[in-house]
Ligand binder design. Structure first.
Ligand SMILES: Cc1cc2nc3c(=O)[nH]c(=O)nc-3n(C[C@H](O)[C@H](O)[C@H](O)COP(=O)(O)OP(=O)(O)OC[C@H]3O[C@@H](n4cnc5c(N)ncnc54)[C@H](O)[C@@H]3O)c2cc1C
Length: 406
């Protein structure tokens, strides 16, 4: 595997760096730095999306024909890495990186024409309705029923059931949703993939507040919700195939290591002035530094694996089950780094404000410092990393079966 950048790729990296230097708005950067949750609030995320869209870079993973950049796998990695190193917010993945590739891969021409541009312009904000109470890891057991009705009112599905842990459902106007269209078929075969309009009667979004105090996730109740048949993606019963495609995109092909390294840099810098309680600073605390060094090595090893996946994709091969490995490693490391921050700030890192946001003029005052104020909510919020997108145990099983052949 050759991980050296070509002259063209170095020029591209410099172009991205110059753009970020010039165009990343300070309030977006400070909003990203002050958000303990994985997803930044739409006011931050959508502002950044609009800047990228203006530049023509928002669809940085999209084919040119749908308004994307058509960049190579290496260019995409460079872009994500430079964004992370510049402190840009995580992009709102649900529309951009999850449902969009499913639409251009499995959708009709009409669905592509209708939905893809609206993701880039920000007119549609998507959420993901897969998990249900009792159906998370065993997703194929999902129960949300979609009954097909064809009469003078049109050819449509009527949905009844509930989705849970639905990230940003309270902001979304569209939900991509797995439903059971055939209760008699083998459980995977009876599932279909629907594109649901959230702005209709019968949909109730109930907030779930996390222990960190963030409102990121919800339970969504569906009562006689109507979805026209033309808003089904793929064939009836093909939902499981589309979901597997989408989950592979969710778990990997992405760039976690640079963001993790960026956070380690910030901690290392903060340690220079953080008192150790013995007259020195935490930069001289050997035990803490040892943990920092171990996390750094893990981040570097993770970046090597991510680059290996990029090089596979560049050769036209699918990322495959290695994405489970990067999801597993990145999740563990995320939690390790957030624990390092709590250790670094000591008592100052135990402040737990439940008000949001923790950035901007209305943020509650920090007891110690802004960074210390974020340590506890970040630590608590990042417990979710080893759960969402498939738990660690589930990833380990995929690796055991598909990679190790056990
Ligand atoms: C912050 C957050 C955001 C989320 N966002 C979304 C979203 O936007 N849309 C969406 O659809 N879902 C979302 N989820 C749901 C997420 O995908 C599920 O929580 C996850 O798949 C686990 O399912 P579960 O919660 O039902 O736990 P369960 O499946 O009940 O698992 C409970 C425990 O049992 C273990 N376990 C389960 N099965 C096995 C097995 N076969 N072998 C070994 N151990 C096993 C698990 O690892 C876990 O430790 C989100 C979750 C979180 C925490």
């Amino acid at each position: 595997m050759d991980i050296n950048l070509s002259t063209g790729e170095i020029a591209f990296r410099n172009e991205v760096r110059a753009f970020l230097q010039d165009k990343l708005p300070p309030q977006v950067k400070s909003g990203a730095a002050g958000s303990p949750s994985v997803f930044v609030e739409p006011e931050i995320g959508q502002t950044w999306n609009a800047v990228l869209h203006k530049q023509g870079w928002l669809g940085y993973q999209w084919p040119v024909e749908y308004g994307g950049t058509g960049w190579s796998a290496v260019q995409r990695y460079i872009f994500e890495k430079e964004c992370a190193l510049a402190g840009a917010p995580n992009l709102t993945v649900l529309g951009l990186k999850l449902v969009a590739p499913a639409i251009w891969t499995f959708g009709t021409e009409e669905q592509k024409r209708r939905y893809l541009p609206r993701i880039l312009t920000g007119d549609d904000y998507w959420c993901q309705g897969f998990s249900e109470p009792g159906s998370g890891s065993d997703l194929a057991s999902l129960q949300c029923r979609a009954l097909r009705v064809s009469d003078a009112g049109g050819d449509r599905y009527i949905l009844n059931g509930s989705k849970i842990w639905t990230t940003h459902a309270h902001h979304a106007n569209r939900m991509f949703c797995l439903v059971r269209t055939d209760a008699t078929a083998r459980k995977q075969a009876g599932i279909s993939f629907l594109l649901v309009d959230m702005n209709q009667p019968g949909i109730t979004v109930r907030p779930i507040l996390t222990m960190a105090g963030d409102h990121e996730v919800n339970q969504v109740f569906l009562e006689d919700v109507v979805v026209p048949v033309e808003d089904r993606l793929g064939d009836e019963g093909a939902g499981w195939t589309i979901a597997k495609f989408l989950l592979e995109n969710e778990r990997g092909g992405s760039c976690h290591a640079p963001k993790l390294s960026f956070d380690l840099d910030r901690l290392e810098q903060a340690a220079q002035s953080e008192p150790d309680g013995r007259g020195g600073t935490m930069a001289g605390d050997h035990q803490w530094r040892r943990k920092l060094a171990r996390a750094r090595l893990s981040a570097q090893a993770l970046e090597m694996i991510e680059l290996k996946i990029v090089s596979e994709i560049a050769k036209g091969r699918p990322p495959g089950p290695q994405t489970s490995l990067t999801k597993l490693l990145a999740s563990n490391l995320r939690q390790e780094i957030d624990l390092l921050a709590v250790d670094l700030y000591g008592a100052g890192g135990l402040q737990l404000d439940l008000e949001r946001p923790l950035y901007g003029a209305d943020a509650p005052a920090p007891v110690h410092s802004r960074d210390a104020q974020l340590a506890a909510p970040r630590y608590l919020n990042s417990r979710a990393w080893t759960i969402f997108g498939g738990t660690n145990e589930v990833q380990a099983q995929i690796i055991a079966k598909s990679v190790l052949g056990l």
